[in-house]
Design a protein around this ligand. Sequence first.
Ligand code: ADP
Ligand code: MG
Length: 249
Amino acid sequence: MADIVLDIRGLNKSFGALKATENISLDLRPGEIHALIGPNGAGKSTLIHQIAGTLKPDSGDISFLGQPVGHLGVAARARLGLGRSFQVSSLAPEFSALRNVMLAVQSRQSSSFRFFRPVKKDPTLVDPAMAALERVGLAGRAGVAAAELSHGERRQLEIAIALALGSRAFLLDEPMAGMGPEGSRQLTEFLDGLRSEAPILLVEHDMDAVFALADRISVLVYGRIIASGTVEEIRNDPEVRRAYLGDSE
Ligand code: ADP
Ligand code: MG
């Protein structure tokens, strides 16, 4: 496996006079959770959008598994296994968890090989969909409508879908948003295990979760990375404390 899964070099993006992303370089390595933290408006989501391909950088390079992807659109990056972020949910709420994953599996298969088999029983859809639900610990909830799942379970379902679609890295933009303490605790535990499936670039405000999960943390302020390091290094960095952590402790 490549030593570096995702490699961002010198990324710049302005909105008019506002430099939302200024010369950002960072990487994501196999098996790790790299957390991206920073105050509101720092440019975290703008950066995630550029990596996923929903927003075009002004300059800079993005490589995924050793291959330049900056010129590719969202769909092409997704096919390589990159670029699913979960700030906006894409679930069909009335469908069961299993059906939601089956739709993802189906979208990956070539339509020319599809016959008039009832979708519900098609083993080429059901089996990989169940396998993905098992990988995220949701197999026992396969028959439950997405709308009936808890907030945390919906996150797990979204990740099952991403796995079924062949994701090889996760871009998660504030997955804990809107969750209570128990939901956050469960999702933290889940993400902890998920890193062995695929590394995670994690944007998150919940600092308990970040400190519990991150192998590395990069701190973004006004579009620039002001520090990058281990949890201990970031906790003890005077500039980070002043710019970001100081106001919450
Ligand atoms: P974060 O996710 O860290 O809270 P964002 O990436 O959403 O920050 O926003 C970074 C800055 O860029 C903010 O000042 C925001 O208002 C601005 N911004 C984001 N998207 C756009 C856009 N499409 N057009 C103009 N300004 C934008
Ligand atoms: Mg954001």
